[in-house]
Write a protein that binds this ligand. Structure first.
Ligand SMILES: Cc1cc2nc3c(=O)[nH]c(=O)nc-3n(C[C@H](O)[C@H](O)[C@H](O)COP(=O)(O)OP(=O)(O)OC[C@H]3O[C@@H](n4cnc5c(N)ncnc54)[C@H](O)[C@@H]3O)c2cc1C
Length: 306
Protein backbone atom coordinates (compact mmCIF):
# COMPACT_ATOMS: atom_id res chain seq x y z
CA UNK A 1 0.00 0.00 0.00
CA UNK A 2 1.92 3.06 -1.20
CA UNK A 3 0.26 5.55 1.13
CA UNK A 4 1.33 3.78 4.33
CA UNK A 5 4.26 5.26 6.21
CA UNK A 6 6.79 2.46 6.69
CA UNK A 7 8.81 4.20 9.42
CA UNK A 8 5.91 3.93 11.83
CA UNK A 9 4.99 1.07 14.11
CA UNK A 10 1.38 1.21 13.08
CA UNK A 11 -0.13 1.41 9.63
CA UNK A 12 -2.21 4.56 9.30
CA UNK A 13 -3.52 6.89 6.66
CA UNK A 14 -3.32 10.61 7.55
CA UNK A 15 -6.55 11.36 5.70
CA UNK A 16 -8.49 8.85 7.77
CA UNK A 17 -7.30 9.92 11.20
CA UNK A 18 -8.41 12.87 13.30
CA UNK A 19 -5.79 15.61 13.61
CA UNK A 20 -5.22 17.71 16.72
CA UNK A 21 -3.02 20.82 16.87
CA UNK A 22 -1.29 22.16 19.98
CA UNK A 23 1.66 24.41 20.66
CA UNK A 24 3.37 22.00 23.04
CA UNK A 25 2.81 18.26 23.35
CA UNK A 26 4.16 16.67 26.53
CA UNK A 27 4.34 12.90 26.50
CA UNK A 28 4.24 11.64 30.09
CA UNK A 29 2.30 12.84 33.11
CA UNK A 30 4.77 12.10 35.89
CA UNK A 31 6.54 14.83 37.81
CA UNK A 32 8.81 15.72 34.87
CA UNK A 33 5.88 16.09 32.46
CA UNK A 34 3.68 18.12 34.78
CA UNK A 35 6.59 20.30 35.89
CA UNK A 36 7.30 21.07 32.22
CA UNK A 37 3.61 21.90 31.65
CA UNK A 38 3.59 24.33 34.57
CA UNK A 39 6.63 26.14 33.17
CA UNK A 40 5.18 26.76 29.72
CA UNK A 41 3.98 30.23 28.82
CA UNK A 42 0.25 30.52 29.46
CA UNK A 43 -0.37 31.98 26.01
CA UNK A 44 0.51 28.58 24.51
CA UNK A 45 -1.73 25.51 24.38
CA UNK A 46 -0.28 22.45 26.12
CA UNK A 47 -1.44 18.85 25.87
CA UNK A 48 -0.12 16.25 28.34
CA UNK A 49 -0.71 12.65 27.30
CA UNK A 50 -0.15 9.78 29.67
CA UNK A 51 -0.64 6.11 28.94
CA UNK A 52 -2.22 5.34 32.31
CA UNK A 53 -4.01 7.38 34.95
CA UNK A 54 -2.16 10.50 36.09
CA UNK A 55 -1.92 8.87 39.50
CA UNK A 56 0.01 5.93 38.08
CA UNK A 57 3.66 6.76 37.46
CA UNK A 58 7.06 6.26 39.04
CA UNK A 59 6.66 9.72 40.50
CA UNK A 60 3.75 8.55 42.65
CA UNK A 61 5.88 5.70 44.00
CA UNK A 62 8.88 7.84 45.01
CA UNK A 63 9.44 7.26 48.67
CA UNK A 64 12.40 8.69 50.54
CA UNK A 65 12.38 12.26 49.35
CA UNK A 66 14.22 15.11 47.66
CA UNK A 67 17.72 16.33 48.47
CA UNK A 68 18.49 20.00 49.02
CA UNK A 69 20.69 22.23 51.14
CA UNK A 70 18.09 23.41 53.66
CA UNK A 71 19.89 23.14 57.00
CA UNK A 72 21.89 26.34 57.71
CA UNK A 73 24.83 24.10 58.74
CA UNK A 74 24.82 22.34 55.36
CA UNK A 75 26.78 23.72 52.38
CA UNK A 76 26.19 23.72 48.61
CA UNK A 77 29.86 22.78 48.18
CA UNK A 78 29.35 19.62 50.26
CA UNK A 79 26.21 18.61 48.37
CA UNK A 80 28.07 19.13 45.08
CA UNK A 81 31.06 17.08 46.34
CA UNK A 82 28.78 14.25 47.57
CA UNK A 83 26.99 14.15 44.23
CA UNK A 84 30.18 14.09 42.16
CA UNK A 85 31.53 11.33 44.39
CA UNK A 86 28.30 9.28 44.19
CA UNK A 87 28.43 9.67 40.41
CA UNK A 88 31.82 7.95 40.33
CA UNK A 89 33.36 10.98 38.61
CA UNK A 90 30.98 10.63 35.64
CA UNK A 91 28.77 13.64 36.43
CA UNK A 92 28.83 16.87 34.44
CA UNK A 93 30.00 19.32 37.12
CA UNK A 94 28.05 22.24 35.63
CA UNK A 95 24.81 20.25 35.77
CA UNK A 96 25.49 19.10 39.34
CA UNK A 97 26.21 22.68 40.39
CA UNK A 98 22.96 23.90 38.82
CA UNK A 99 20.81 21.11 40.30
CA UNK A 100 22.28 21.47 43.78
CA UNK A 101 22.04 25.27 43.89
CA UNK A 102 18.48 25.32 42.53
CA UNK A 103 17.23 22.54 44.82
CA UNK A 104 16.08 24.71 47.77
CA UNK A 105 14.20 27.00 45.37
CA UNK A 106 12.53 24.02 43.64
CA UNK A 107 11.55 22.50 46.99
CA UNK A 108 10.02 25.85 47.99
CA UNK A 109 8.12 25.86 44.70
CA UNK A 110 6.58 22.49 45.54
CA UNK A 111 5.57 23.87 48.94
CA UNK A 112 4.02 26.93 47.27
CA UNK A 113 2.00 24.59 45.03
CA UNK A 114 0.60 22.82 48.08
CA UNK A 115 3.01 20.02 48.97
CA UNK A 116 3.07 19.33 52.69
CA UNK A 117 6.52 18.05 53.60
CA UNK A 118 7.06 16.56 57.05
CA UNK A 119 8.11 19.02 59.71
CA UNK A 120 10.03 18.86 62.93
CA UNK A 121 9.36 21.64 65.46
CA UNK A 122 8.01 23.90 62.71
CA UNK A 123 11.00 23.36 60.37
CA UNK A 124 11.32 20.98 57.41
CA UNK A 125 12.33 17.56 58.78
CA UNK A 126 15.53 16.42 57.07
CA UNK A 127 16.50 12.78 56.52
CA UNK A 128 19.72 11.27 55.27
CA UNK A 129 20.30 8.87 52.37
CA UNK A 130 23.15 7.04 50.67
CA UNK A 131 26.01 9.17 49.39
CA UNK A 132 25.01 12.22 51.47
CA UNK A 133 27.31 13.52 54.20
CA UNK A 134 24.54 15.63 55.77
CA UNK A 135 20.86 15.38 56.63
CA UNK A 136 19.27 17.07 53.60
CA UNK A 137 16.34 14.94 52.37
CA UNK A 138 12.89 16.48 52.63
CA UNK A 139 10.08 13.93 52.73
CA UNK A 140 6.32 13.70 53.11
CA UNK A 141 4.14 11.39 55.16
CA UNK A 142 7.26 9.45 56.07
CA UNK A 143 8.07 7.57 52.90
CA UNK A 144 5.15 8.68 50.69
CA UNK A 145 6.92 11.70 49.27
CA UNK A 146 6.01 11.04 45.64
CA UNK A 147 2.34 10.52 46.45
CA UNK A 148 2.14 13.84 48.29
CA UNK A 149 4.20 15.82 45.75
CA UNK A 150 2.14 14.44 42.88
CA UNK A 151 -1.14 15.14 44.70
CA UNK A 152 -0.14 18.79 44.94
CA UNK A 153 1.33 19.07 41.43
CA UNK A 154 -1.65 17.28 39.77
CA UNK A 155 -4.05 19.65 41.59
CA UNK A 156 -1.95 22.66 40.61
CA UNK A 157 -1.74 21.63 36.95
CA UNK A 158 -5.50 20.98 36.81
CA UNK A 159 -6.07 24.67 37.57
CA UNK A 160 -4.06 25.84 34.56
CA UNK A 161 -6.45 26.73 31.73
CA UNK A 162 -3.85 26.32 28.99
CA UNK A 163 -3.03 22.71 29.98
CA UNK A 164 -5.20 19.78 28.80
CA UNK A 165 -4.54 16.23 29.92
CA UNK A 166 -5.40 13.01 28.13
CA UNK A 167 -5.18 9.98 30.41
CA UNK A 168 -5.06 6.39 29.16
CA UNK A 169 -3.58 7.69 25.92
CA UNK A 170 -0.70 5.69 24.55
CA UNK A 171 1.89 7.38 22.35
CA UNK A 172 2.79 4.93 19.61
CA UNK A 173 5.27 6.97 17.60
CA UNK A 174 6.66 10.42 17.06
CA UNK A 175 5.64 12.20 13.87
CA UNK A 176 8.74 13.35 12.04
CA UNK A 177 9.75 15.03 8.81
CA UNK A 178 13.06 16.33 7.48
CA UNK A 179 12.93 19.22 9.91
CA UNK A 180 12.54 17.09 13.04
CA UNK A 181 9.74 16.10 15.38
CA UNK A 182 6.27 17.37 14.55
CA UNK A 183 4.17 15.66 17.23
CA UNK A 184 3.01 12.12 17.85
CA UNK A 185 0.51 9.42 17.04
CA UNK A 186 -1.58 8.83 20.14
CA UNK A 187 -4.04 6.00 20.72
CA UNK A 188 -6.86 6.01 23.22
CA UNK A 189 -7.41 9.73 23.74
CA UNK A 190 -10.77 11.43 23.21
CA UNK A 191 -10.20 11.22 19.47
CA UNK A 192 -9.29 7.51 19.46
CA UNK A 193 -6.21 6.99 17.30
CA UNK A 194 -5.12 10.53 16.40
CA UNK A 195 -2.27 12.51 14.93
CA UNK A 196 -1.30 15.24 17.37
CA UNK A 197 0.71 18.01 15.70
CA UNK A 198 2.82 20.22 17.93
CA UNK A 199 5.33 23.03 17.49
CA UNK A 200 7.35 21.44 20.29
CA UNK A 201 7.22 17.92 21.70
CA UNK A 202 8.67 17.10 25.11
CA UNK A 203 9.31 13.48 26.05
CA UNK A 204 8.92 12.74 29.77
CA UNK A 205 8.12 9.05 29.69
CA UNK A 206 10.28 7.96 32.61
CA UNK A 207 12.80 5.15 32.86
CA UNK A 208 13.02 1.55 31.71
CA UNK A 209 11.94 -0.24 34.85
CA UNK A 210 11.14 -3.72 33.59
CA UNK A 211 14.59 -4.91 32.50
CA UNK A 212 14.97 -7.29 35.44
CA UNK A 213 12.54 -9.74 37.02
CA UNK A 214 12.90 -8.10 40.43
CA UNK A 215 12.14 -4.40 40.34
CA UNK A 216 10.68 -1.68 42.52
CA UNK A 217 9.31 0.07 39.44
CA UNK A 218 5.60 0.11 38.62
CA UNK A 219 4.46 -1.67 35.46
CA UNK A 220 4.12 1.59 33.49
CA UNK A 221 7.90 2.13 33.53
CA UNK A 222 8.75 0.44 30.23
CA UNK A 223 11.10 2.93 28.60
CA UNK A 224 8.68 3.85 25.80
CA UNK A 225 10.16 7.30 25.28
CA UNK A 226 13.59 5.86 24.62
CA UNK A 227 12.14 3.39 22.13
CA UNK A 228 10.06 5.87 20.15
CA UNK A 229 12.79 8.51 20.13
CA UNK A 230 15.32 5.96 18.88
CA UNK A 231 12.88 4.74 16.26
CA UNK A 232 12.41 8.31 15.09
CA UNK A 233 16.16 8.67 14.59
CA UNK A 234 17.20 10.39 17.83
CA UNK A 235 20.58 9.68 19.32
CA UNK A 236 20.26 8.29 22.86
CA UNK A 237 22.92 8.97 25.45
CA UNK A 238 23.84 8.06 29.02
CA UNK A 239 21.81 4.87 28.75
CA UNK A 240 23.60 3.34 31.73
CA UNK A 241 22.10 5.92 34.07
CA UNK A 242 18.90 4.18 35.06
CA UNK A 243 17.63 4.86 38.53
CA UNK A 244 17.41 1.72 40.65
CA UNK A 245 17.22 0.61 44.28
CA UNK A 246 19.55 -1.89 45.94
CA UNK A 247 17.17 -3.13 48.66
CA UNK A 248 13.74 -4.72 48.39
CA UNK A 249 11.60 -6.85 50.63
CA UNK A 250 11.69 -10.38 49.21
CA UNK A 251 9.00 -12.72 50.37
CA UNK A 252 8.56 -15.60 47.94
CA UNK A 253 5.21 -15.38 46.20
CA UNK A 254 4.33 -11.86 47.31
CA UNK A 255 4.76 -8.52 45.55
CA UNK A 256 8.17 -6.86 45.84
CA UNK A 257 8.28 -3.77 48.01
CA UNK A 258 11.07 -1.22 48.10
CA UNK A 259 12.93 -0.95 51.40
CA UNK A 260 13.71 2.72 51.10
CA UNK A 261 17.23 4.03 51.45
CA UNK A 262 15.97 6.34 54.19
CA UNK A 263 15.82 3.26 56.43
CA UNK A 264 19.59 2.96 56.11
CA UNK A 265 19.80 6.71 56.62
CA UNK A 266 18.10 6.22 59.97
CA UNK A 267 20.75 3.66 60.96
CA UNK A 268 19.57 0.30 59.59
CA UNK A 269 22.34 -2.24 58.89
CA UNK A 270 22.71 -4.67 56.01
CA UNK A 271 23.55 -8.16 57.25
CA UNK A 272 24.15 -11.39 55.37
CA UNK A 273 22.38 -14.68 56.00
CA UNK A 274 24.70 -15.34 58.94
CA UNK A 275 23.82 -12.02 60.56
CA UNK A 276 27.21 -10.49 59.66
CA UNK A 277 27.25 -6.77 58.87
CA UNK A 278 29.35 -6.81 55.70
CA UNK A 279 29.42 -3.31 54.15
CA UNK A 280 32.64 -2.51 56.04
CA UNK A 281 34.44 -4.93 53.68
CA UNK A 282 33.38 -2.86 50.69
CA UNK A 283 33.23 0.85 51.50
CA UNK A 284 34.03 3.10 54.49
CA UNK A 285 30.63 4.77 54.08
CA UNK A 286 29.06 1.42 55.01
CA UNK A 287 25.30 1.23 54.34
CA UNK A 288 25.26 4.85 53.10
CA UNK A 289 27.65 4.20 50.23
CA UNK A 290 26.21 5.08 46.80
CA UNK A 291 23.71 2.63 45.33
CA UNK A 292 25.99 0.96 42.79
CA UNK A 293 28.47 0.10 45.53
CA UNK A 294 25.78 -1.20 47.88
CA UNK A 295 24.24 -3.31 45.10
CA UNK A 296 27.58 -4.79 44.11
CA UNK A 297 28.38 -5.57 47.74
CA UNK A 298 25.04 -7.33 48.26
CA UNK A 299 25.58 -9.48 45.16
CA UNK A 300 29.18 -10.36 46.07
CA UNK A 301 28.29 -11.14 49.69
CA UNK A 302 25.32 -13.26 48.60
CA UNK A 303 27.54 -15.22 46.20
CA UNK A 304 30.23 -15.67 48.86
CA UNK A 305 27.75 -17.03 51.40
CA UNK A 306 25.50 -19.08 49.12
C1 LIG B 1 9.65 2.73 44.46
C2 LIG B 1 10.37 3.99 43.99
C3 LIG B 1 10.88 4.89 44.92
C4 LIG B 1 11.54 6.06 44.51
N1 LIG B 1 12.00 6.93 45.44
C5 LIG B 1 12.56 8.11 45.04
C6 LIG B 1 12.96 9.09 45.99
O1 LIG B 1 12.81 8.91 47.19
N2 LIG B 1 13.50 10.25 45.54
C7 LIG B 1 13.68 10.50 44.20
O2 LIG B 1 14.17 11.58 43.84
N3 LIG B 1 13.30 9.57 43.29
C8 LIG B 1 12.74 8.41 43.68
N4 LIG B 1 12.34 7.48 42.74
C9 LIG B 1 12.59 7.80 41.34
C10 LIG B 1 11.55 8.79 40.84
O3 LIG B 1 10.28 8.31 41.18
C11 LIG B 1 11.69 8.93 39.33
O4 LIG B 1 13.01 9.25 38.97
C12 LIG B 1 10.79 10.04 38.84
O5 LIG B 1 9.50 9.92 39.37
C13 LIG B 1 10.72 10.04 37.33
O6 LIG B 1 9.74 10.99 36.96
P1 LIG B 1 9.31 11.08 35.45
O7 LIG B 1 8.25 12.11 35.36
O8 LIG B 1 10.54 11.25 34.62
O9 LIG B 1 8.76 9.63 35.10
P2 LIG B 1 7.44 8.87 35.61
O10 LIG B 1 6.96 9.38 36.91
O11 LIG B 1 7.70 7.41 35.46
O12 LIG B 1 6.37 9.29 34.55
C14 LIG B 1 6.40 8.75 33.24
C15 LIG B 1 5.08 9.10 32.59
O13 LIG B 1 5.16 8.78 31.20
C16 LIG B 1 3.97 8.11 30.83
N5 LIG B 1 4.28 7.29 29.65
C17 LIG B 1 5.26 6.35 29.51
N6 LIG B 1 5.21 5.83 28.28
C18 LIG B 1 4.19 6.45 27.62
C19 LIG B 1 3.63 6.34 26.32
N7 LIG B 1 4.09 5.45 25.40
N8 LIG B 1 2.57 7.12 26.00
C20 LIG B 1 2.07 8.00 26.91
N9 LIG B 1 2.55 8.15 28.15
C21 LIG B 1 3.59 7.38 28.49
C22 LIG B 1 3.58 7.30 32.06
O14 LIG B 1 2.22 6.93 32.03
C23 LIG B 1 3.89 8.34 33.16
O15 LIG B 1 2.83 9.24 33.29
C24 LIG B 1 11.69 6.31 43.12
C25 LIG B 1 11.18 5.41 42.20
C26 LIG B 1 10.51 4.26 42.61
C27 LIG B 1 9.95 3.32 41.59
Amino acid sequence: MPDLMPRYLTAFHPKRLPHRFVDVLIIGGGLAGLRAAIEIDRSLSVLVVTKDQLRQSNSIFAQGGIAGVIDPDDRFEDHVADTISAGGGLCDPAVVEMVVREAPQRIQELIDWGTKFDQDAGELALGREGGHSHHRIVHAQGDSTGREVMRAVIDWTARLPHVTTWENSFTLDLLTDDEGCRGAIVAGGPAGLAMVWARQTILCTGGAGQLYRETSNPEVATGDGLAIAWRAGAELRDMEFMQFHPTMLYIAGSARTLVTEAVRGEGAHLVDKNGLRFMGDFDPRLELAPRDIVSRAIVLQSLATS
